[in-house]
Design a protein around this ligand. Structure first.
Ligand code: PGA
Length: 263
């Protein structure tokens, strides 16, 4: 049974979709979302749409605002980058780092991801730290070695006391945007392994209280089976989070699971 100390969360990673007007339209369409009290919701629009999102999410909205990137410095000569204080001004509380698209398309390595992660934690953000293996790594039996490298390198130099706002997202690269979801058992196995890594690198208490999300082709019809797994504390959702009907259906399905559990 999942310990109740871990919050359950659904985070929508909009990637490079929705400019300001589409953002307003989407958030208006989904404004009637009423997640179960134990479920937290995050949406992460592109940087240029954060301001529109922040205005569209009124103060009683249950949806937190996330960004898709952060630089570790507070300001400076870093063309194309975004600083934490700018995000804070827009009401951003969560930031995604280490996404496989950043790692594989933009060649961000573990050390760079770790700097973003550390910088974001130091500045008070809740950090969604993504890890995950490619198909080739899985098929050659290297899944655990890859996860271990990403966790140890990404968290290098970050002390336990800074990790109260860490959320890990396990996203097997072969399941992202492919329609190919990892089975609930595959997600559980990788996420249990990841939790053990946190226990080994830090301590059991930290490992038990850190939410670990699953990501990769999460849809309304597979969220319940994923959430049934002990080490799956929610989902990071791409495609299904930018369609109003499927996002609302996902929230409804996840709410049903939590309601039945009475968390
Ligand atoms: P997907 O993306 O749900 O479209 O597979 C997940 C992600 O990349 O975070």
């Amino acid at each position: 049974m999942r310990p109740d100390l871990r919050p359950v969360c659904l985070a929508g990673n909009w990637k490079m979709n929705f400019g300001p007007s589409e953002t307003r339209e989407f958030l208006q369409k989904t404004a009637k979302i009423r997640p179960y009290s134990g479920l937290s919701l995050i949406v992460a629009p592109p940087a240029v749409s954060l301001s529109a999102a922040s205005q569209a999410l009124d103060s009683d909205s249950r949806v937190a605002l996330g960004a898709q990137n952060i630089h570790w410095e507070l300001a400076g000569a870093f063309t194309g980058e975004i600083a934490g204080p700018m995000l804070k001004e827009l009401g951003v509380t969560h930031v995604i780092v280490g996404h496989s698209e950043r790692r594989h398309i933009f060649l961000e390595d573990d050390a760079l991801v770790g700097r973003r992660l550390k910088g974001g934690l130091e500045q008070g953000f809740t950090m969604l730290f993504c890890i995950g293996e490619t198909l080739e790594e899985r098929e050659s039996g290297r899944t655990e070695a890859v996860l271990e490298r990403q966790i140890r390198q990404g968290l290098k130099g970050i002390e336990a006391g800074m990790l109260a706002r860490l959320v890990v997202a396990y996203e097997p690269v072969w399941a992202i945007g492919t329609g190919k979801t990892a089975t609930a058992a595959q997600a559980q196995s990788a996420q249990h392994f990841t939790r053990n890594l946190l226990a080994d690198a830090y301590n059991a208490r930290l490992a038990q209280s850190t939410p670990i999300l699953y990501g990769g082709s999460v849809k309304p019809d597979n969220i319940a089976s994923l959430l049934a797994e002990e080490d799956v504390d929610g989902a990071l959702v791409g495609g299904a989070s930018i369609n109003a009907a499927s996002w609302m259906a996902l929230v409804e399905e996840a709410s049903k699971v939590l309601e039945a559990r009475k968390v």
